[in-house]
Design a protein. Structure first.
Length: 486
């Protein structure tokens, strides 16, 4: 890129809270301009929930993402950005995903003949009649869809829903599906139903590589993309301060005026023209000065989050499965998903070794969160041995770490509470709130990247742009052809 020195653009001072995908994308979008950009990141590396971690064992290095990440988007610009940053490290990965239900594996997306063989003819007939019954109740008789359970029943039938969707969803969120908003379905399985799932599987064109069949991935882990992005941001003279966070945010007459921060242990004051935040929305509200009105704080207090515990096991084994990840809907298995990172890229594990990344969905008040690392490992190992994936003698080492506020919970009251909060925050003229925690929106990394770029565009033009429509298309999020031009 060309030097900033002779740019015709005026100097602007921008402070960004959070160096995850959204915050980094905002800085990256602003990078060609002669702006002073400072990013504060509370952790010691970039990437947020999309980072890649490294674990060294003697002369061996194991890598893992925080959960299974794959890059897909309907936005060609994002593919081009990733290609420019990663070059030959931007690789194609064949996707294999399965579900483990009642002791049997099912390919995902569904393969009807395989599923019929596994579940048997009687259960298949029950599923079909359940769907037909639901079609009459919801489509013909017009029963309203009031929650996630209604949505699943209307589009798949309760029998199929209880088989793998409702139980897995309750495992993720820790609440009954009848108390979960239908927006969750629109966010994750929009446009998909019983008929389209069957027809797509039976009649899809085998010669077309789709996002279901293959995806793009950075060779050294998903976090490689964000490390490359951060390096370019710094090379352009901008700052990323680690172990840093805002302490107090002052505002007056609908503008952010001053931010008091802890920058690596030192108090520092910023007076930016624009503030961009990707920190949790309720945390942001709690440090405003003056505080928001009581009804805004009350709405923020009602927003619920789901936490996660991660168990990473390194193995003296060449490979466990051919899967990128496997889902476990059954409630009797404590973890919800495992990923074998070597199946994303061979560079994620040393030669002849592999690893498993295991996710537990929980909350801080639950017993699981309070369990010791040893107890969590023993719990997982017991089930992994019963399933037949690994044995104790395969294990080299294990690591446990926990993250708070990973997923925003779409309960029945969240839209009303979020609407109140957004109406207040939208009055701040020089402020953008973006990303999953920043907007309390469960989205993919591509959506967070788009939000960051949109915020950058708004800052450049001094126009307040609305990111609410990002990721809200009616198309099922798994659909779409692989962008072969990337």
């Amino acid at each position: 890129m060309d030097s900033n020195k002779n740019t015709p653009y005026p100097q602007k001072n921008i402070l960004i809270l959070g160096a995850g995908p959204a915050g980094l994308a905002c800085a990256y979008g602003l990078m060609p301009k002669a702006y002073k950009i400072t990013i504060l990141e509370k952790e010691n590396e970039v990437g947020g929930f999309a980072k890649t971690l490294e674990f060294k064992e003697d002369d061996l290095t194991f890598k893992t993402d925080i959960g299974p990440h794959r890059f897909f988007s309907q936005n060609k610009k994002l593919y081009q950005i990733a290609q420019d940053l990663l070059g030959t490290d931007w690789i194609d990965v064949n996707r294999q995903t399965r579900q483990y239900i009642d002791g049997k594996y099912y390919d995902y997306p569904i393969k009807p003949l395989q599923a019929l063989k596994n579940i048997g003819l009687i259960k298949a007939v029950v599923i079909i009649f359940s769907y037909l019954r639901s079609f009459i109740i919801y489509k013909s008789l017009g029963r309203p869809i009031n929650n996630f359970q209604d949505y699943i029943a209307a589009n798949f039938g309760l029998a199929l829903g209880r088989f793998n969707m409702l139980n897995y969803t309750e495992k993720i969120w820790g609440i009954p599906c009848s108390r979960l908003h239908a927006d969750w379905a629109k966010q994750r399985i929009k446009g998909l139903n019983f008929i389209t799932a069957i027809s797509d599987s039976l009649f899809k064109r085998k010669k077309t590589k789709t996002l279901i069949d293959i995806f793009k991935y950075p060779r050294l882990g998903n976090g490689q993309l964000y490390k490359k992005m951060a390096a370019q941001i710094i090379d352009r003279g901008n700052e990323i301060n680690f172990a840093s966070q805002p302490l107090e945010i002052f505002h007056s007459q609908n503008r952010i005026t001053k931010i008091i921060t802890d920058v690596n242990g030192l108090m520092q004051e910023f007076n930016p023209e624009y503030l961009v935040s990707s920190i949790p929305i309720d945390q942001f509200l709690s440090i405003l000065n003056p505080l928001p009105p009581p009804e805004i704080l009350a709405a923020a207090a009602k927003l619920k989050w789901r936490d996660q515990i991660y168990l990473f096991i390194t193995l003296n084994k060449n490979q466990v499965t051919d899967d990128n990840w496997i889902y476990f809907p059954n409630q009797n298995i404590p973890f919800a998903r495992i990923s074998e990172m070597k199946n994303f890229s061979q560079a994620m594990s040393p030669e002849g070794k592999t690893s498993l990344f295991i996710e537990f969905f929980t909350n801080q008040a639950e017993t699981l969160w309070q369990s010791s690392d040893q107890d969590l490992f023993n719990l997982a190992l017991n089930h992994l041995e019963k399933i037949g994936l690994i044995t104790a003698k395969d294990v080299r080492n294990y690591y446990v770490f926990k993250k708070q506020k990973v997923y925003p919970v779409y309960d029945l009251n969240y839209p009303a509470n979020l609407k109140i909060i957004k109406s207040y925050l939208n009055q701040l003229e020089n402020f953008y709130y973006i990303g999953r925690p920043g907007r309390f929106q469960y989205n993919n990394q591509d959506h967070s990247l788009e939000m960051g770029l949109l915020a950058a565009q708004g800052i450049e033009t001094d126009k307040k742009l609305n990111p609410d429509q990002i990721g809200n298309s009616d198309e099922y999020f798994e659909n779409g052809k692989l962008n072969n031009n990337s």
